[in-house]
Design a protein around this ligand. Structure first.
Ligand SMILES: [Zn+2]
Length: 347
């Protein structure tokens, strides 16, 4: 209805709302959803994929945990899978000798066909990176290695025969360092899986991703412990933003006092010297450690808007320290005003 002096006033006809923990929780979930839908950088898989990377020589994709909050777990999974199906088609670099050896060893151990064309080799590598990424998630939920391997075999549709052989291989044979080479065998099976008479490896990347996503998403959601896993991944955001809503939301003049949060106490932090766990932007306490609060000025967009909240006499700092709600706002501002590359760039 109105915005005045930093407050937003809302109304809903004649309905009288009243404040409660349940209302705050509903507002949090709506906020989370709105953030996930707010900008293509967070909602479109094509954009998220650009931030999926392969760490060194590891046969695994990686996406920062913050995407569980900013984009949602379904988009995280979809990004891994689509990265695989798109890269399998587009990446043309030859596989290194080392990679070929690793793949060969895994396929021989499982007794599957070792002969692969260059193109098939690339498909195995990219699919395996997605399969490993999903397995890493699952192995956090299912602690027993054998059970987690069986989960991956079932979810990706490995034949009973190959699954039995994989389960019988001594566990140290296909795991070295952080590598998990079972993924090559599973990838080999996945690419030849047929749907409507077409092998997955021959499908358009988006269609292959649709099929695989649907299968794996269903399997993850029905795994006991999945909800707890996701809840833990986003807990810092949930707890701190919920505490923020409790503190700032007033319904008909009533504020619901936060029921004992673990946020740092700004007064106590000041007493300790004033440079502790206090947000530079809003002076609130936080759940974050100080090193987690750090945002480079260039990332935070504050280079355009030097804060007047930094103590007088200080030179412009390289970093600011932000609480969770302020950090979230900065991410949204950054994504909301990204100037497109190319000829339209403003100079
Ligand atoms: Zn703040």
């Amino acid at each position: 209805m109105t915005y005045q002096d930093g407050c937003v006033y809302l109304g809903k006809g004649n309905r009288r709302a009243s404040i409660s923990d349940e209302l705050v929780e509903r507002i949090y979930h709506r906020l989370e959803k709105n953030i996930q839908d707010s900008t293509p950088a967070l909602s479109e898989v094509g954009s998220i994929i650009k931030n999926v990377d392969v760490q060194g020589n590891l046969n695994c994709y990686r996406l920062d945990d913050k995407y569980y909050f900013f984009s949602g777990p379904d988009k995280v999974l979809r990004a891994y899978i689509e990265k695989a199906t798109v890269s399998a088609r587009s990446v043309k670099t030859k596989l290194s000798k080392q990679m070929l050896e690793n793949i060969g060893r895994a396929l021989r151990a499982a007794g599957t066909d070792v002969e692969l064309s260059d193109q098939d080799g690339r498909i195995v590598v990219e699919y395996a990176r997605a399969i490993h990424a999903v397995h890493k998630i699952v192995s956090k939920i299912i602690k027993d290695n054998t059970e987690a391997l069986a989960w991956s075999c079932d979810a990706w549709g490995v034949t009973e025969d190959v699954k039995r052989r994989l389960l019988s291989i001594p566990s140290n044979e296909l795991t070295s360092g952080n590598k998990w080479e079972y993924a090559y065998v599973i990838a080999r099976c996945v690419m030849d899986t047929e749907s409507d008479g077409v092998k997955i490896k021959n499908m358009e990347p988006a269609r292959a991703a649709d099929l695989l996503f649907e299968r794996i998403w269903r399997a993850l959601k029905s795994t006991e412990g999945w909800d707890d896993f996701i809840s833990e991944k986003t807990s810092t955001y949930r707890e701190e933003i919920t505490a923020y809503i409790h503190e700032t939301l007033s319904v008909n003049g009533t504020i619901s006092g936060s029921s004992g949060s673990d946020l740092s106490d700004p007064y106590r932090e000041y007493q300790r010297g004033g440079s502790g766990r206090i947000c530079n932007l809003c002076n609130s306490g936080t759940l974050l450690r100080q090193d987690e609060m750090k945002l480079p000025i260039t990332v935070s967009m504050l280079k355009f808007n030097f804060s007047n909240r930094i103590f007088a006499g200080k030179t412009k700092p390289d970093n600011i320290y932000a609480c969770v709600p302020c950090g979230v706002e900065l991410v949204l501002r950054q994504n909301g005003c990204e100037i497109p590359r190319g000829p339209v760039r403003i100079r």
